[in-house]
Every structure is written in structure tokens, then in C-alpha cells.
Design a protein around this ligand. Structure first.
Ligand code: GDP
Ligand code: MG
Length: 177
């Protein structure tokens, strides 16, 4: 711990994983730019976005990585995971197959990152309650089983988006400070 040295700099790499079309890119654009895109395609060329978050008066830079759509080919590379200290594993509450894939994503994560990585399970699209296929309880219990934080979000109406990222960032911060 440094004393009186002014602003300490923290830079945390956080990655987004989960099946295609669950809303990863929109969660990031909502968090980093407060934008939502209905017709979002894979963002070509942009690997990550940086957002500064204030935790207990400390300026923390969260560098959040989004896939460029390569998850469709089950080919998220080890470079994507390298150095990550946090991860959001996203599924779509209206698509059960995306929830079933969570275990596979956790397996892949465990081959690339050690167990200290802060992990949050995110059930996205909670605004689509009328076509929900995965209950809140199912999400919660999987999270408990796998020792993950859990939140349901909506990138469309902004519910819990900030909160989900901040829980992960705070957890990482608690580990390093
Ligand atoms: P990605 O492939 O995981 O990056 O998913 P995208 O962010 O590209 O989103 C896939 C589709 O789901 C797009 O048509 C989005 O507009 C839509 N979408 C993303 N998040 C939400 C949400 O929270 N609610 C609703 N209703 N649609 C969403
Ligand atoms: Mg995407």
C-alpha cells in the first residue's frame, strides 16, 4: 500500500463470454457508452472498451473485452482470456440453450484462467419476462453451485448493467487492495 502518492492506478481486464446473441456487446455498450443497438453486429476491430469506475474513492480502469463474434465458432482464443481478472458469463433468459451452455463456458474459462478470477453469472434480457425460459431461481442455484455472483440484467432498459460490472470490479479490487 502506497501512502500519500496521489491517485493509485488500477487496471483490470474483464472479459465477456457466453453464447452468440445473448447480449454481450450490448451490455458493454450500455455500460461504457450508455448505448443500445437493436441490430448490433459483431464489432469488427474493437477488442475492448475502457471505463473508469470509482470504488471507495479509487479510480479504477476497467478494460472490458468483447468477442468479435468468434464464439459462434467456439474459437475464443487464449489471448482473449490472457491476464483477465474478472469475467461475466452471459446467457439469455429467453433462450434455454444459452443457459445450458454456461457449464461449457465455465469449463473453457477454467482451462485459461486460474480460480481466483472474479466470476459473475449474468441472465440478460430480463425485460422480456413474457417469453422467459429460465427462471430466476435456476440462475441463482447454478450460481450457488458454481460459486458465482449472479444478476439478471437488461441491456435494453439498463436494469442492473452498471451493478453487474461494479460487483465484479469491486470483488477484484478487494482481492488486490
Ligand atoms: P452478443 O452476440 O452476445 O454480443 O449479443 P448482442 O449484444 O449483439 O445482442 C444480440 C441481440 O439481442 C441484438 O438484437 C440485441 O439488440 C438484443 N439484445 C441484447 N440485449 C438485450 C436486452 O437486454 N433485451 C432485449 N430485449 N434485447 C437485447
Ligand atoms: Mg457481440
Amino acid at each position: 500500500e502506497q501512502e500519500g502518492g496521489g491517485a493509485e492506478e488500477y487496471l483490470f481486464k474483464i472479459v465477456l463470454i457466453g453464447d452468440s446473441a445473448v447480449g454481450k456487446s450490448n451490455l458493454l455498450s450500455r455500460f461504457a457508452r450508455n448505448e443500445f443497438d437493436n441490430n448490433s453486429k459483431a464489432t469488427i476491430g474493437v477488442e475492448f472498451q475502457t471505463q473508469v469506475v470509482d470504488i471507495d474513492g479509487k479510480q479504477i480502469k476497467a478494460q472490458i473485452w468483447d468477442t468479435a463474434g468468434q464464439e459462434r465458432f467456439r474459437a475464443v482464443t487464449s489471448a482473449y482470456y490472457r491476464g483477465a481478472v474478472g469475467v461475466l458469463i452471459v446467457y439469455d433468459i429467453t433462450r434455454r440453450t444459452s443457459f445450458d451452455s454456461v457449464k461449457r463456458w465455465l469449463d473453457e474459462l477454467s482451462t485459461h484462467c486460474d480460480t481466483t478470477v472474479a466470476r459473475m453469472l449474468v441472465g440478460n434480457k430480463r425485460d422480456l419476462e413474457n417469453i422467459r425460459e429460465v427462471s430466476v431461481e435456476e440462475g441463482k442455484s447454478l450460481a450457488e453451485e458454481e460459486s458465482l455472483f449472479f444478476m439478471e440484467t437488461s441491456a435494453l432498459d439498463s436494469t442492473n448493467v452498471q451493478a453487474a460490472f461494479e460487483v465484479v470490479i469491486r470483488e477484484i479490487y478487494n482481492d488486490v487492495s
